[in-house]
Design a protein around this ligand. Sequence first.
Ligand code: AMP
Length: 507
Amino acid sequence: MTFQEFNLHDDLLAGVDAMNYLKATPIQELAIPKILDGRDLIASAQTGTGKTAAYLIPLLDRISHADHDHTSTLILVPTRELAKQIDEQVEGFGYFVNANSIAIYGGGKGDDWDKQRKALETGADIIIATPGRLIAHMQLGYVKFDKIDYLVLDEADKMLDMGFSDDILNIVAKLPTKRQTLLFSATMPNKIREFSKRILTDPEEIRLAVSKPAAGIDQQFYLAYDSQKLPLLAHLIKNSTKPVQSMVLFTSRKSEVNSIVRALSKLGYDARGISSDLEQDDREVVLRDFKNKAFPILVATDVLSRGIDIDNLTHVVNYDIPRDAEDYVHRIGRTARAATTGTAITFISDQDQNRIVNIERLIERDVDKQSITEALDMGKSPIFDPKRFSGLRGKGGARNNNGKGGRDGRRGGGQPRPEGSQPVSGERRERRREQGADAERKPRPEGVVGVTEGTPTEIAGGSVPPTSANGDGKARNKRRKKRRKGPKGEGRSNDQNQAPASVPAGE
Ligand code: AMP
């Protein structure tokens, strides 16, 4: 379907042309008419599917031809990288249409705060913001959102995973109830559905079937304990039939990023890492250099990699298996674009075996799990027997999928921060959350059964089966008891789906 068929204004069509978008992607084909119709929308779509343009194009069509001088659109995103990326896309269109945007996010240089404050005071058609930083500005009173017509929640699942749900609800409470709201999420667990009911009105739903991995992707799976992964990776890189020109390696633990980078450097590969530990400016440089092919291997944590638009890779490595099977398909889809071939290497450690079962279900085939560590003198690999883990994994992981037991209910039931609190607090919280999400999975001693997909708060919320007999467990129990006595909603997983006190019912 071409963009002409959407009946867009000519200036916008010129912008679409200049971007070289010849045909609408499936999500655009489905979403654009619904958004132009004024409907609320809940859509499952991943980065890389053209989802940003799927909402920007119809919104820009509206905004740029409406005669007003106020901020009409608010786009909330989980990470600064995504905020910048969207801002750049608006800028691309902004050359052709009458609309501008500003990106509001924490972690930049000292003067960014004042720049953002000025920009917010002056106003822009579109504000793209991370929730923590935005709320910090809002508390100082100069942000005017009384005329917002359009609200977009992008990567909503990631925002909830990062613990932004209270912040989002507090922001939404300040917006007009009469508005159009669009929610995009890579995955659609129950907690997103529950959350969306509080923000969307009678939404249209778009569920795109996750595309199956392209045939050109050579998917390789290796059984390996965590301690075997580095030497195995070194072996695979050294012996790769295709030269490693551009590889992204995904790990769940930011603590691993540096050791992987160091190990690869020792092998003579120029690798760099990106995680929430890196300052904002440094992250941008690393990403830009990688995209410009200044170095071949990027080691990234899940959190930072999700929203980042990097394509045309020769290799993708799942050093840890993603929690959502759909993320697996999406990650490996970054190789083998445009009928070329790519290699996807996935390590299956003991505790990740269940995740492979989910992936197999999604891609509708059993994968060949190679067991080569022993032959390489690295010791025996784990035996593939996912049943050993299923019951235990269910106790931890399922809670989170239901929206119970995540980090979202951490702060006292969504109470707004007191007036006049330091602006930096939102930013600090934002960074903590990003870092918390980065540290998603704690390293575990090998051979310990009874692991969960625990985030730090899940652990605090009691979803980890008692695996140790040391004092930690006792202390944790004490903390748990104390928390239970605390104010309603504080740290209690069950309270997550209730509206915070400061949010009007229905929002
Ligand atoms: P996104 O999923 O929004 O991160 O977009 C992924 C990439 O696809 C971005 O580089 C977009 O510029 C590009 N893109 C979006 N829509 C189209 C289209 N219709 N045709 C070609 N490229 C597109």
